[in-house]
Design a binder for this molecule. Structure first.
Ligand code: FAS
Ligand code: PHB
Length: 389
């Protein structure tokens, strides 16, 4: 098999890249280790920043997003006794959309007509530092295949082989872990709020998000290693009610049947550079952010927008300026979003240190009373222009 771009991973990064390349007349083959159904079923991100909505819309992927997604002007920040709304649209002229990653994935699968080989195993990268890079993998019939390509795009997330295909001597890894995780639930109940509530509480952070007018998505800060099975539905709703301020100023949290419960560890991770020879990393393959800033999926989309444009220039216009600067340009946004995600995480998650608590409350009072501070948060949350670099 031969193609111009071999893409590892059919998550949002891999499928969006293949879709954008196809629109530019560039052939690709995507290989994916899971089944199409499994990939589409993973419950992950829920927020699309302004630039991601613009990019998906311009790529012909906006119909359902605009019909079924919900535009939000901003978010609420809360701590015991106080809740304040930050209006991103007023502050920056940019909004966000609530539209689950599962929906983005469905739109990508429906739109992309190119070859996607699901359920492969033993994917290996070869000769990435030559002009004859290629993949080998075993297909679902147990046959070992070889895929020759001009370039390889590593869109294989945090557990794929692409990262390690960059020799240790040629890469730097930056990592930070956090002393807590998120217990996330999906519930068949109408959201109790019109826009997201990020709540600081001395017993732990809580987030009220949603997926639709009838499905809520909520999270609780829990210790690392928490087993979701040790939390009964009753305990989850009681803790959410306490941390989100149920009964304060007449606000109530309405519980409902929980349809999914999972624990998500928190970490920051960046591997540089995002290029090695003819291997290009994009999305979670290159970086991981704690979800407090709602940046994971949006960063993957931003990487791919840059990479698709750079590969098109290289493969169709025979110019290499964009591909030669892809890693540096992508990493400027990656580090901006990594900082923002770290800042939101450390500002909102309870620790045992009373000094931390005072710093956190001071930051929250600052960003909800100073227009300058609120604008800084809004600019980062609603997202920077795709041209930011
Ligand atoms: P993905 O991980 O989505 O896709 C990579 C694909 O590569 C996968 O389908 C995988 O099966 C495939 N792959 C791996 N190894 C392979 C191999 N050897 N051969 C072939 N294919 C291979 N972000 C938010 O903004 N908000 C959230 O609430 C949020 N929650 C999350 C919860 C969880 C449990 C996880 C893991 C992530 C969450 N994220 C969240 C981040 C998430 O949305 C990612 O940023 C997003 O999926 C990134 O997309 P990709 O880079 O395509 O990586
Ligand atoms: C979600 O809806 O899953 C979500 C929203 C905002 C975040 C994290 C997750 O910061």
């Amino acid at each position: 098999m031969r193609t111009e771009v071999a893409v590892i991973g059919a998550g949002p990064a891999g499928l969006l890249l293949a879709h954008l390349l196809a629109r530019a007349g560039i052939d690709s083959v995507v290989v994916e280790t899971r089944s199409q159904e499994y990939v589409a079923s993973r419950i992950r991100a829920g927020i699309l920043e302004h630039a991601a909505v613009e990019l998906l819309t311009s790529a012909g992927l906006g119909d359902r997003l605009h019909a079924e997604g919900h535009e939000h002007r901003g978010v609420y920040l809360q701590w015991p006794g106080e809740r304040h709304h930050l209006d991103f649209l007023n502050l920056t002229g940019r909004s966000v959309h609530v539209y689950g990653q599962t929906e983005v994935q469905k739109d990508l699968v429906a739109a992309h007509q190119g070859p996607v080989v699901y359920e492969v195993t033993d994917t290996r990268l070869h000769d990435v530092h030559t002009d004859r890079p290629h993949l080998t993998f075993v297909d679902r019939d147990g046959v070992r295949r070889r895929l020759d390509a001009t370039v390889i795009a590593g869109c294989d997330g945090s557990f794929g082989p692409s990262r390690a295909a960059v020799p240790e001597s040629a890469r730097r890894v930056f990592e930070r872990t956090y002393p807590y995780s998120w217990l996330g639930i999906l519930a068949d109940v109408a959201p109790s709020t019109d826009e997201l509530i990020y709540a600081w509480h001395p017993d732990g952070f809580a987030l009220h998000s949603m997926r639709s007018p009838s499905v809520s998505r909520l999270y609780l800060q829990v210790p690392n290693g928490t087993d979701p099975a040790h939390w009964s539905d009753r305990q989850v709703w009681d803790e959410l009610a306490k941390r989100l301020g149920h009964g304060q100023n007449g606000w109530t949290l309405t519980p409902g049947p929980i349809t999914d419960k999972s624990v998500l560890p928190m970490r920051s991770f960046v591997q540089t550079p995002m290029r090695h020879g003819n291997l290009f990393l994009a999305g979670d393959a290159a970086h991981i952010v704690p979800p407090t800033g709602a940046k994971g999926l949006n960063l993957a989309i931003a990487d791919v927008a840059l990479l698709a444009r750079a590969l098109t220039a290289m493969l169709r216009e025979r110019t290499t300026a964009l591909i030669d600067t892809y890693s540096d340009n992508a990493l400027r946004r990656v580090w901006r979003c990594t900082h923002f995600s770290w800042w939101m995480t450390t500002m909102l998650h309870a620790s045992d240190d009373p000094f931390d608590a005072q710093l956190q409350l001071s930051q929250l009072r600052w960003v909800t009373t100073s227009t300058a501070a609120a604008t800084g948060l809004a600019e980062n949350y609603a997202g920077l222009p795709l041209t930011f670099a």
